[in-house]
Write a protein that binds this ligand. Structure first.
Ligand code: PLP
Length: 394
């Protein structure tokens, strides 16, 4: 018996049974080998070139020549891997420059970089919150926030999406029974493309001595002049915990928290998803730093994705978007997936989103616009949608 078939029968049987159940619910997932090129061109499983409206690379920086060069140069200078966790010897010099730049962009005293956005949420929430504390989370927050909340062992309660009155009610009723309270939201919600009401949430947090945390994964580089949701809402002083990722607008990989110096010092000392994991490859840190420099020094760059989204939405008579994310609700799951397939046939890669990712009956196409799309890509996509009868003019 070779290594390949050495799994005990009960283990394989378990996996196969689980897969069968998921398959029956249409929830089995498979990976497709995808080659990405510049200007949002890509090829899936060796197929024809498509223009992608699914990537989170909002500024096109993952394929920017200067970002690639910075990554190659750092790899040649510092090596392919970090060699150890950051607290041992893996915190190479580029980390300091990246963290300083992040704090500057976010307008905070300090910042710390994690291995990914997922690891950041897991580490931040479980370090700051514990037994006897309360976390109040929007019902649509990202999966990684749920993982962090579970790990924290704090009491967790959800509020209806963007419903600040619901938050106020929870605070009125429950604040006094807990030691520390956190309110956590996504700055921009990737399934609907809307922005959290941070002015109001910030005021509530202040009144009730709660800590407001934003996950700016889809907000850095896209709103608030690129500085994120707190700046977009004119609420920078009201959000003491601004988390985000280096993997979307910055086109690299890694996560971060921007906050006060005492908070960052505590995170560096206690967050297990920072301490017990290897530092990022130097090339990745260099890419993120260069991308941040390009983002802050290129006039008009962070406005372009939303401008393209608006152009598209106006042709299809959809509500005016405030971010580069445009949902087009179809409703039925099968019709949604069929529309996505037809758009692929027309040369566009578009995500069909269905339950359990979104509520039943709200299956949708989701379009992500990037600064690196050509103007004519957007016009042609809109034409293809109209030809399929999509949009409210149809
Ligand atoms: C993508 C995403 C993350 C995870 O970030 P990674 O760097 O990809 O791990 C966290 N939160 C939100 C809202 C996201 O969209």
């Amino acid at each position: 018996m070779n290594q390949k078939d050495s799994a005990p029968n009960s283990l394989n049987a378990f996996a196969l049974k689980k897969l069968k159940v998921l398959e029956a619910k249409n929830q089995r997932r498979v990976l497709h080998s995808t080659t990405r090129c510049s200007e949002m061109r890509l090829s899936v499983d060796g197929g024809p070139t498509l223009v992608s409206f699914t990537d989170n690379d909002y500024l096109g920086l993952s394929t920017h020549p200067e970002v690639i060069r910075a990554s190659v140069e750092a790899t040649e200078k510092y090596g392919a891997g970090a060699g150890a966790s950051r607290l041992v010897t893996g915190s190479h010099p580029l980390y300091d420059a990246l963290e300083a730049k992040l704090a500057e962009v976010k307008g905070t005293e300090d910042a710390v970089v994690f291995g990914s956005g997922y690891l950041a949420n897991v580490g931040i929430i479980s370090t700051l919150m514990g037994v006897g504390d309360l976390i109040i989370a929007d019902e649509l927050v990202h999966n990684s926030i749920h993982t962090g909340m579970q790990l924290s062992k704090a009491k967790v309660t959800s509020f209806r999406h963007n419903d600040t009155q619901h938050v106020a009610d929870i605070l009125e009723k429950e604040r006094n029974q807990y030691r520390n309270v956190m309110i956590v939201v996504d700055g921009v919600y990737s399934m609907d493309g809307d922005i959290a009401p941070l002015q109001k949430l910030g005021q509530l947090a202040k009144e009730h001595n709660a800590w407001l945390m934003t996950d700016d994964a889809h907000a850095l580089g896209t709103v608030g002049g690129g500085r994120g949701s707190a700046h977009a809402c004119d609420a920078a002083g009201l959000v003491p915990l601004q988390m985000g990722t280096l993997s979307k607008s910055l086109g690299a990989y890694g996560g971060y928290l921007a906050a006060s110096k005492p908070v960052i010092d505590l995170i560096k000392t206690r967050a297990r998803s920072l301490i017990y994991t290897t530092g990022l490859p130097p090339g990745t840190v260099a890419a993120a730093l260069k991308a941040l420099e390009i983002m802050t020094s290129t006039p008009g760059l962070t406005e372009r994705p939303t401008a393209l989204a608006r152009r598209f939405a106006s042709i299809l008579a959809l509500p005016e978007p405030v971010t580069p994310l445009v949902p087009l609700i179809i409703g039925e799951e099968a019709a949604t997936m069929e529309a996505a397939t037809k758009l692929t046939d027309a040369g566009f890669k578009v995500a069909g989103i269905r339950p359990p990712t979104v509520p039943a009956g709200t299956s949708r196409l989701r379009f992500c616009f990037s600064a690196s799309h050509r103007d004519e890509d957007v016009e042609e996509l809109a034409k293809a949608c109209l030809a399929l009868g999509l949009g409210s003019k149809a």
